[in-house]
Design a protein around this ligand. Structure first.
Ligand SMILES: [Zn+2]
Length: 79
């Protein structure tokens, strides 16, 4: 392997390291975002603590039965 090839390989290795570090950071950001959403969407008896659906008629809305669509979507992501 000549010096040019060595330089290219070293440069590629540095690039791969930076890519891995960036991926790790992105994973942490995503995990933190999911944790914040889960903290918000807590079970409160039979319902989600924060979710409500718009209802028709006189009700104007009703609480969402647990697990809400948000939690179902998050849990589905892990399968
Ligand atoms: Zn919810």
């Amino acid at each position: 392997m000549n010096k040019t090839e060595q330089a290219i390989m070293a440069s590629d290795l540095e690039y791969q390291k930076r890519l891995a570090n960036n991926n790790a950071r992105l994973l942490i950001l995503a995990d933190n975002a999911v944790a914040r959403v889960r903290e918000l969407h807590q079970q409160d008896g039979d319902y989600c603590a924060v979710c409500a659906r718009v209802g028709g008629g006189y009700s104007g809305g009703y609480r969402t039965v647990w697990p809400c669509d948000t939690i179902v979507a998050l849990d589905g992501e892990q399968e």
